[in-house]
Design a protein around this ligand. Structure first.
Ligand code: NAG
Ligand code: NAG
Ligand code: NAG
Length: 971
């Protein structure tokens, strides 16, 4: 029994039974295993009455969870008097259960967990009590240690933490055993206080609460103790411990007098948002406070108000927010000096001292302007946790550096999965990039922000996956890698079973990347280019592919799991696809109306259909399981024109062309890729806008396209003529006046084997016929078949650029010079970027940083060539050491570049709006490049950087949402 430490390190296999846990439970007997329950014998859970109420409550949950699995509820016993063998679980907390203390002493394992935060030990004990040959012992170092231990058994027997909040069905088993010889120690967690903030809770969550729990006499949704209990339970099952309650219209301690005590009994630490000091909600002051929320002018009333908050929370485990902000999440008035804030903090500290509460956990949230006060020199007492914040968009703004690191209070992070504010709210459906969460929490942990991690999760639903993901990282930071697929597979395995787990994980990972490219609220009709790189159609195709894959899996998941699948996977995918489709079709509709296409009318109708479908999808969500989640999908998302949500949804602008009158310039027209303008028709007279396709080369990333469309008031037939080496996806057809067929996309390519000269400019002729009358128009296709010489390696220039996405080529990351650098290493983050191992937190130099070498070949001589590097929109978390990288081509001296230029006094940097909108910084370097074979060399000098893409521009790069697609690569 002395092997605990070693087993703990070895036992890190993925378990289907509990996310990331060492298996303790089995459903088949084996030699040395203990039968806990079967369909005729209930499990008996022995918990002493002297233990924490929350432990006893959880034991009752576990007993019911056994009932969910076997059909027979377990029994919770408080004394061994009635305990009968077999099937005994003994659970208890060190110091609260004499029995557990005795058993641990006998096992000589007390020291393994005593004094640890939220740690538990699970083992099989022999002859723990007279008449009981063996039992499963769950011993906690403290209240939550034991609670997490009990819930880990729930999870492993098959009850998901999301059994209520995402309707995950329980898998039935006829018998439950332990594995033989289980000895595990879990904890302490990587982050001390881990939890969520319910925020921005209208209209969805508050609408749901009204429907389920009613409305309070004061008109607010009844977020009472019973509502909160469901959240407490979810958090504990997810091994979290912290909750900031909803505060838009809620007063946690007042709305239901039972709530604070209930939280404490469950074992949840209650905090309040960054803007609500001393455990009082903003609304309490609005309702009860007298005069202004202003320390300078109204201290006489504000101070006792804060004191009441502390006194009221004193009996309960509470994380006190200290400091003060203006009313409702605004800065205090401009004239507030840090000396006033210091006075406020001193007064709050004095209150706690008066109440004998010195030493209760306190945090000072350095949110928005408050970070500026800190940078300007304001300090709080050493034992207060500095709660740094992100920029509301998932990019942490500041982390402890050498100067902050010796504080006893430590540090934490307030982070966002949902936000109301600039540049736009994002609060509809999930847009969290799991790799980004991984990167940011690892960075925080590596830089010693380990005391608090609290995430603003909006309405809670539909963010089930990112919430579970981040809380698992916060519990055991080293358990999961940057690639989210293994974690998602384990998650899907738990919720749906092994058969679909891999497919679901892949689908969810893909969704995370697609939805994270741009938050829905920021997608406009012109976000994805309809002119260049076929971008809009590619985006639509990616979503469509995901919808198709998800629909297949939806069919195959078990009937009982379909509701879960719809909420957590399928709805976001179909609703997300429909949203992008609406916007893209609206973008095309505008362009096509400008071009006079009859097709514009069909597009406008399609936009209206998709807009209608959005409503149906929301309704389907709200009506799921007989309306269990009614109102949960009420969030508006169509019709943003400023940061604030639209109060009513409306379509993007729609355009209809007049199809009762002919166009003035012919019956058939053509749009060539790359140009939104429509070329001249024979009757235009002028020839000022020839239609020229971008040059095609064997290295072009794709074929070219033209769109042939009708502008007639009668059906048109068309014919396309070209030289024999030109490949066309269509050569003739009919364009009806109305409908989808009134425009046709024709792909154009070259059969390089049939070319007689290396380069040239060929003409494609399009002839349209209506009532025997012909219209003719032409498109020019320049081409160049020049080949890179043999021996060429890497990315090949075409279309005037080179584009390279490093995460797609992991072999480069293991290049020799990378491996030789002892540490740090580059670390891929699949489909999001490449970063350094988070341990590389010290400032690297040109000498110490590994070099990422990318071979490429260019044809063009261009005097203004540039290299633009795309990075994730991370921020400088250390003002003394801003993030930098180096770039060089071939033997050049590496140029050191700082990406983000910080504003003064903690303001956000210039260009931040654009960076969070596009989910990237673009860092441009003018570097002359001669034709030929080259090596591009990059060094990341900071683990905060996530490299996403590199674009070398030889004059051909077009402005698009995602940047130019990847170049061809010669291995
Ligand atoms: C288990 O207990 C719960 C709560 O008391 C009860 O609702 C449920 O029906 C019981 N289940 C079985 C299988 O007896
Ligand atoms: C219960 O256990 C204690 C030891 O912890 C023992 O002294 C006592 O006799 C037991 N009672 C019964 C009824 O077995
Ligand atoms: C108990 O364990 C400690 C180390 O964990 C060891 O030093 C001690 O000898 C052990 N005592 C017994 C009685 O096994």
């Amino acid at each position: 029994m002395r092997t605990f430490g070693i087993l703990l390190l070895l036992a890190r296999t993925i378990s289907v039974l509990g996310l990331g846990q060492t298996p303790v439970i089995a459903f088949e007997p084996s030699s040395g295993s203990l039968r806990l329950a079967d369909s005729s014998t209930p499990v008996q859970i022995l918990v002493e009455e002297s233990d924490w109420k929350g432990v006893i409550r959880t034991a009752n949950d576990l007993a019911h969870d056994f009932g969910r699995v076997t059909g027979l509820n377990g029994t919770v016993l408080h004394s061994n008097a009635t305990t009968k063998s077999p099937g005994v679980i003994i659970a208890g907390t060190i110091g609260k259960s004499a029995l557990v203390d005795r058993l641990l002493f006998t096992l000589n394992t007390t020291t393994a967990i005593r004094g640890q935060w939220e740690t538990y030990l699970t083992t099989i004990v022999q002859s723990p009590l007279p008449g009981i040959p063996s039992a499963l012992l769950i011993a906690g170092s403290d209240k939550r240690g034991t609670i997490f231990g009990l819930y880990s058994i729930s999870e492993q027997i098959g009850v998901s933490p999301w059994h209520f909040w995402a309707d995950v069905p329980t898998k039935r088993h006829s018998a439950i055993y332990t594995v033989p010889r289980t000895n595990t120690i879990n904890g302490p967690p990587s982050i001390k206080y881990r939890g969520i903030f319910l925020n921005d809770e209208a209209p969805a969550l508050s609408g749901w609460v009204r429907a389920k729990y009613g409305t309070l006499p004061n008109g607010a949704a009844a977020m009472n103790a019973d509502f909160y209990a469901t959240i407490f339970e979810l958090l504990l099952r997810l091994r979290a411990n912290l909750l900031y309650p909803a505060m838009w219209d809620g007063q946690f301690a007042v709305d239901d007098k039972r709530s604070q005590a209930r939280a404490d009994e469950y074992g949840i630490v209650m905090g309040t948002s960054h803007t609500e000091p001393m455990a009082r909600s903003t609304k309490e002051w609005n309702v009860r406070g007298a005069g202004a929320w202003n320390w300078k002018s109204n201290r006489a009333r504000v101070e006792p108000f804060l004191k009441e908050g502390a006194e009221r929370a004193k009996p309960y485990e509470t994380l006190f927010t200290i400091g003060m902000r203006g009313s409702h999440d605004t800065p205090m008035s401009a004239d507030v000096e840090t000396s006033v804030l210091e006075e406020i903090v001193a007064s709050e500290r004095a209150i706690l001292k008066d109440l004998n509460m010195t030493g209760v956990p306190q945090s000072w949230c350095l949110y928005k302007e408050v970070q500026g006060y800190y940078e300007a020199g304001m300090r709080v007492p050493d034992d207060v946790v500095l709660l740094w914040a992100d920029d509301n968009w998932g990019n942490i703004r500041r982390l402890p550096n050498a100067k902050d690191n010796n504080r006893t209070g430590g540090a934490g992070v307030y982070y966002h999965f949902d936000y109301v504010g600039d540049p736009r709210n994002y609060k509809w459906i999930n847009t969290v990039i799991l790799q980004k969460t991984w990167h940011q929490i690892h960075l925080a942990h590596a830089k010693n922000a380990r005391d608090i991690w609290v995430v603003n999760v909006g309405d809670l639903k539909p963010l089930e996956i990112p919430i579970n993901h981040v809380l698992d990282m916060a519990y055991d930071i080293n358990r999961w890698e940057a690639d989210p697929v293994p974690w998602l597979t384990a998650w899907a395995d738990r919720e749906f079973g092994t058969d679909e787990a891999k497919d679901i994980a892949r689908i969810a990972a893909r969704f995370s990347v697609l939805a994270g490219q741009r938050k829905f609220e920021l997608v406009e009709p012109d976000t994805w280019s309809v002119s260049h790189y076929d971008e809009a159609d590619r985006v639509m195709a990616s979503w469509k592919e995901l919808v198709d894959e998800s629909s297949e899996v939806y069919k195959s998941v078990q009937e009982s799991a379909k509701a879960t699948y719809f909420q957590t996977i399928h709805h976001p995918i179909v609703a997300g696809e429909n949203f992008h489709k609406t916007m893209i079709l609206a973008g095309k509709n505008r362009l096509h109306a400008l071009q006079g296409r009859n097709y514009a009318n069909w597009l406008a109708d399609e936009v209206r259909k998709a807009f209608g479908r959005d409503h149906i999808l929301s309704k389907q969500y709200n009506e799921l399981l007989n309306g269990k989640w009614s109102h949960m999908m009420d969030q508006t998302h169509f019709g943003y024109s400023s940061w604030q949500q639209p109060m009513r949804q409306y379509t993007p602008p729609l355009h209809y062309v007049q199809t009762l009158e002919p166009g003035l310039n012919g019956n058939i027209r053509v749009m060539a890729e790359g140009s939104p303008a429509v070329g001249p028709m024979p009757d235009d007279g002028a020839n000022n806008d020839p239609k020229i396709l971008p040059q095609l080369s064997p290295y072009s990333q794709s074929r070219r396209w033209i769109e042939v469309f009708s502008t007639a008031i009668a059906d048109v037939s068309y014919e396309i003529k070209a030289e024999p080496f030109v490949k066309l996806s269509e050569r003739s057809g009919e364009l009806p006046v109305n409908g989808e067929g009134s425009s046709v996309k024709v792909f154009v390519d070259i059969d390089w084997s049939k070319l007689s000269k290396t380069s040239g400019n060929t003409t494609i002729t399009i002839i349209g016929t209506v009532d025997g009358k012909n219209d003719t128009t032409t498109v020019h296709l320049p081409y160049n078949s020049a080949q890179a010489p043999s021996g060429t390696k890497g990315a090949i220039e075409a279309d005037g650029y080179i584009s390279y996405e490093p995460w797609k080529l992991p072999e480069l990351l293991q290049a020799k010079d990378v491996e030789e650098a002892a540490s740090p290493r580059y670390l891929g983050i699949s489909e999001y970027g490449v970063t350094l191992a988070p341990s590389a937190i010290s400032t690297l130099t040109e000498k110490s940083a590994p070099i990422l070498s990318i071979p490429f070949f260019s044809f063009t001589t261009y005097s203004n060539s540039s290299i633009t590097v795309y990075f994730a929109p991370s921020l400088n978390t250390d003002p003394d050491n801003p993030m930098a990288y180096t770039v060089a081509v071939d033997g050049q001296t590496p140029k050191r570049v700082q990406i983000v230029k910080d504003g003064v006094k903690g303001d956000l940097p210039a260009g931040w709006d654009k960076a969070v909108t596009m989910e990237r910084w673009e860092s441009k370097n003018m570097i002359p490049i001669q034709p030929g074979q080259h090596t591009l060399k990059l060094q990341l000098l900071d683990a905060g950087l996530v490299l996403k893409k590199i674009v070398v521009d030889f004059g051909g790069v077009k402005s698009t949402g995602l940047g130019p697609p990847e170049s061809k690569w010669i291995a």
